[in-house]
Design a protein around this ligand. Structure first.
Ligand SMILES: [Ca+2]
Ligand SMILES: [Ca+2]
Length: 108
């Protein structure tokens, strides 16, 4: 039997699925690269970048969460602009930032 859910519930289910996939992938990558993760220090402060807009395209979306995970795992070097968009403003791009972005998206 097929149940038709409202649009907003389907969107939340999709975001929950994506966030679970991101977390599982991040932990799997982290296990394989344990010891290679390098924290990123805040280079500049006081910027006006949109919190969570890591790729700088003016919106916060799933691509930002994926980029955060790539930076957190050391696959991509962070830039000062990305640090200005640090979602929790702790000066590091970590998995926690990806979770915050996904939380923001789930509330939209
Ligand atoms: Ca973006
Ligand atoms: Ca952060």
């Amino acid at each position: 039997m097929y149940i038709k859910y409202p649009h907003y519930i389907r969107r939340n289910i999709q975001l929950l699925t994506l966030s679970t996939l991101c977390l599982v992938s991040s932990f799997a990558i982290g296990i394989r690269t344990a010891g290679n993760v390098q924290p990123v220090r805040l280079i500049e402060a006081g910027g006006t970048a949109l919190a969570g807009d890591i790729d700088g395209n003016g919106t916060v979306n799933i691509a930002d969460a994926i980029l955060v995970l790539e930076v957190a795992q050391g696959y991509v070097l962070s830039t000062s602009d990305q640090l200005l968009a640090d979602p929790n403003a702790d000066g590091q791009i970590t998995v926690d930032d990806a979770i915050r972005i996904l939380s923001i998206l789930s509330l939209q």
